[in-house]
Design a protein around this ligand. Structure first.
Ligand code: PMV
Length: 338
């Protein structure tokens, strides 16, 4: 069996990948039709280093957890057994990458992130994407972006059940993606940025649970839910078109309609509704929940002269406002020592 990096060439690799917001098409993308996702200027960072033993040792210092998986079980080194849940997807992404490259060995993975966790901003996908990219480079490089995204998807599946794949794709490629389940995407850039505010309710929720909630409704009221899914997909196409033409007023209107349709699917909650309505009252062009809903984050689009007022309104309503910029930068890797 080969060890890592024979002959010895790199000691450590840093990789970084962005978080995201979904502008249009969350939930409907699980069934069919496009969604539109934007990479944001909040990133996850992974440093991978070779080790002398066979362990995949993961250290998430920000979360106070560290440990490794052995014989199917989690072995905590810091932070107790709760690390087993949080670190499982990173371990799976690392193992998939090593298997894909036909190399076994040990690796230390240090994770840090500026992306809030479990609120729909793509934190887990960004960490999985950065893990795959860092380990791929450490083991000799040559992974394409498609390979990085699909290997990270294996980690994502462990957390989210049967995700559409939008999160790992946007985190890999950056910019704006029109994404359809099964991996089909078109990538766009936007000149001049986009005046967006994220409002975090602080309510953590599970994407898996919210996707199951929509599935239950779909099974009970298939005809009606199918119609809503079609509408959400159509709004994604129209919204992207408006965005690329710079018709921000229209983008805002379509965001408002999306929020109403997503609420009808049962994925909003009082905290999200409050932030959405406060942002609109403060002059936002549009506001909606983003991602799986049930808590997590909303987004507001506002003219530059209204941004501060919208931020204040979100804060007054108990949310945590965060101004984000669109980022054209997807995943990147850097060798730390030669
Ligand atoms: O994990 P989140 O909150 O970004 O939600 C992902 C978007 C969904 O459409 C709800 C699920 C999916 O897999 O596309």
């Amino acid at each position: 069996m080969m060890g890592i990096c024979e002959p010895r060439c790199i000691m450590a690799v840093e990789a970084s990948a962005p978080g995201k917001i979904i502008l249009f098409g969350e939930h409907s993308v699980v069934y069919r039709g496009p969604a539109v996702a934007l990479a944001i200027d909040r990133r996850a960072r992974v440093i991978a280093e070779e080790r002398g033993d066979k362990k995949i040792f993961i250290d998430a210092a920000d979360l106070g957890i560290a440990g490794f998986f052995e014989d199917g079980g989690y072995r905590p080194v810091r932070g107790g057994m709760r690390g087993g849940v949080s670190l499982r997807a990173i371990d799976a992404s690392a193992r998939q990458t090593m298997k894909h490259m036909g190399i076994s060995g040990g690796v230390s993975i240090k994770v840090s992130s500026e992306i809030p966790i479990a609120v729909g901003l793509g934190s887990s996908a960004a960490i999985c994407v950065a893990t795959v990219a860092a380990i791929g480079e450490l083991l000799g490089g040559g992974l394409s972006k498609e390979e990085i995204s699909s290997l990270a998807f294996e980690g994502e599946k462990l957390i989210h059940g049967s995700p559409s794949g939008i999160d790992n794709n946007i985190s890999t490629h950056g910019g704006i993606l029109r994404y359809e389940r099964g991996g089909g995407y078109e990538r766009y850039e936007l000149e001049g940025g986009l005046p967006l505010i994220v409002g975090n309710t602080g309510v953590r929720r599970s994407t898996r649970v919210m996707v199951e909630r929509v599935r239950d409704l779909w099974e009970r009221e298939r005809g009606t839910v199918e119609g809503i899914i079609d509408l959400l997909g159509r709004i994604s196409s129209q919204g992207l078109d408006a965005l690329l033409r710079g018709e921000l007023g229209r983008v805002g209107t379509l965001m408002n309609i999306s929020h109403g349709l997503l609420s009808s699917l049962g994925v909003s909650c009082p905290e999200l509704d409050l932030l959405v309505h406060s942002a609109r009252r403060a002059g936002a062009l549009g506001a909606k929940l983003t991602g799986a809903g049930g808590g997590g984050c909303m987004i507001a689009l506002a003219g530059v002269n209204r941004l501060e007022g919208v931020e204040e309104a979100i804060a007054r309503s108990g949310g945590r406002p965060m101004r984000v910029s669109l980022s054209s930068e997807g995943v990147w890797v850097r060798r730390m020592t030669g």
